[in-house]
Design a protein around this ligand. Structure first.
Ligand code: XMP
Length: 529
């Protein structure tokens, strides 16, 4: 049966979703999310929590293991982040990574000292003890290091498991307690067999069985939503992106006709996007889809506005107004569904014990629930993006939708520098379509994280036929990234770039120059505005 068909049958009472759970205590590592993903790849549910989480909170979550992340501090700094030292006597298996290992050693009576030289990059690890953690490993592997301090004297009861030429204590274990430490980073792909190391810790040491599966997650979430929503009605804003599509798919499966989807066409969408979303959602759903053509409204509120922040503010405001009006037409709606993901939860500091990190403000529908008096339904708030994609496939959504590049809420407005006009947007749409088509034809769409065109404000002299032209320049921007927090420009083949350039200049009226953006993030951002 197509999982997207709405069935009200009695869902089996699946095992409690997170019966097996690992907590990553975040000491400020740039890799905390990566650690959590690596754990989930081993079919074990994993959450990131604050480093100073209380013992009671830990115990309430009944974790199978704790992972202490790396971090930029030195354990001897006055303000160094610490965990409750009682944690080490709970009997819960612990893996300290980098700073996490130094902190463990320090808390248990060992000493940590600065290395002779900061070590950053690849190192060769010699393994001397192949038990449990390194079970099945060769005697030497490449590992990735990034540290200024290292453990100098082991605390009582610990023994070394591995060393590099500059780091004599690169992996440790306690002789009788389930406590382990690694000076290197098993979570990064440069460490060979890093995933096997994490697997060994989870399965050989923490006794995990791998009960976290997305299909169970889907069934359980559907069941939970049915129970929570009852006979009420839910509104879901659709953008055509993967997060809102998967949210809608889950909800449709849970409550079928009680779901109403709203697509607001703000006139800032890509070419043919409105019709693509409609056809995708009428092909795959029989859900109630309301399409609001609000392009005139958005373009008039944007007329004459050049400042990027002001553009964003006006778009956000117009979106809320439109959504409000449309929602008011839907009788009896109590809930608003949003495709919030786990990284958004962590980054907004909204997780109950999440590290208070930078707040991400650019959320298109931020403020909607409060303004409309809805209760929020966020079925994806435990998931990472790659998990949402896998879930989408599991739910039967088509490949091209599931693998679609992200598209910002303010749409083409942040790619149309200066004043926004319909003519400029049409130029962008045409050029954008060429870039995406050519990248797909080169079979590089999936390996590129985001690809698009920016219409610059500068004009330049060209020659077409025998005539002088004075027309617009566009920048092509393609990036590769795991998390969109940092990104590198994509090394597209020259002949592909040449094809893109030729096609844009020949086919898009008003453009006579194409540049390729070779800035990474940071210091640049992915979008230009
Ligand atoms: P930046 O430009 O900040 O973008 O490097 C990072 C990622 O976020 C997307 N983006 C947005 N997404 N609403 C969104 O839903 C927004 O206002 C917004 N601004 C940027 C951007 O496309 C990239 O994927």
């Amino acid at each position: 049966m197509n999982i997207l068909s709405h069935e009200q049958g009695s869902a089996t009472q699946a095992d409690s979703l997170h019966s097996e759970r690992v907590l990553v205590l975040d000491f400020g590592s740039q890799f905390a999310q990566l650690i959590a993903r690596r754990v989930r790849e081993q079919n074990v549910y994993c959450e990131i929590v604050r480093h100073d989480i209380s013992i009671e909170s830990i115990q309430a979550r009944k974790p199978s293991a704790l992972i202490l992340s790396g971090g930029p501090s030195s354990v001897y700094e006055a303000k160094a982040p610490k965990c409750d030292p009682k944690l080490f006597s709970l009997g819960i298996p612990i893996l300290g990574i980098c700073y996490g290992m130094q902190l463990t050693a320090h808390a248990m009576g060992g000493s940590v000292k600065p290395c002779p030289a900061r070590e950053f990059g690849r190192a060769r690890l010699q393994i001397t003890n192949m038990e449990k953690l390194f079970a099945g490993f060769p005697h030497e592997i490449d590992v990735w290091m990034s540290h200024g301090d290292q453990v100098h004297d082991l605390p009582e009861g610990f023994e070394p498991l591995a060393a590099t030429s500059t780091c004599p204590i690169a992996a440790v274990k306690h002789r009788s307690l389930p406590i382990y430490g690694l000076q290197f980073h098993p979570e990064v792909s440069h460490t060979s067999l890093g995933s096997t190391l994490i697997h060994n810790f989870l399965y050989n040491i923490a006794g995990c069985e791998g009960r976290w599966h997305l299909s169970d997650f889907a069934q359980q979430t559907i069941q939970n939503m049915r129970e929570r929503i009852g006979d009420d009605r839910v509104i879901c804003g659709l953008s055509g992106g993967v997060d809102s599509s998967v949210t809608a798919a889950l909800l449709y499966k849970a409550i079928g006709p009680q779901l109403t989807c709203i697509l607001i066409d703000n006139g800032l969408l890509r070419k043919d996007e409105q019709s693509a979303v409609i056809s995708e959602f009428t092909n795959h759903f029989k859900a109630d889809l309301r399409v609001v053509d609000a392009s005139d409204r958005f373009l008039s509120t944007l007329a004459g506005i050049r400042d990027p922040q002001e553009k964003r503010r006006r778009i956000g405001h117009a979106f809320i107004e439109c959504f409000k009006e449309e929602a008011a037409k839907i009788n009896g709606a109590k809930y608003l569904a949003q495709g919030t993901l786990y990284p958004d939860v962590i980054e907004s500091g909204a997780a109950p014990d999440g590290p208070a990190a930078t707040i991400k403000l650019h959320h298109n529908v931020g403020g909607l629930p409060e303004q409309l008096g809805f209760e929020l339904v966020e079925p994806l708030r435990d998931l990472f993006k790659d998990e949402v994609r896998r879930l989408g496939l599991e739910l039967g959504l088509p490949d091209h939708l599931v693998w679609r590049h992200p598209f910002p809420g303010p749409g083409l407005a942040v790619r149309c520098l200066g004043e926004i006009t319909k003519t400029k947007l049409d130029v962008l749409r045409e050029a954008d379509e060429i870039v995406i088509t050519e990248i797909k034809n080169a079979d590089l769409y999936r390996s590129t994280s985001q690809a698009f065109v920016v219409l610059l404000e500068s004009q330049s002299v060209g020659v077409m036929g025998d005539a002088r032209t004075y027309e617009n320049a566009v920048a092509v921007r393609c990036v590769n990234t795991d998390d969109f927090m940092t990104a590198d420009w994509s090394r597209l083949p020259y002949d592909l770039l040449a094809r893109i350039s030729t096609r844009i200049i020949n086919e898009v009226r008003g453009v006579n120059r194409v540049c390729y953006d070779i800035s990474s993030k940071p210091p640049a951002t992915i979008e230009w505005e």
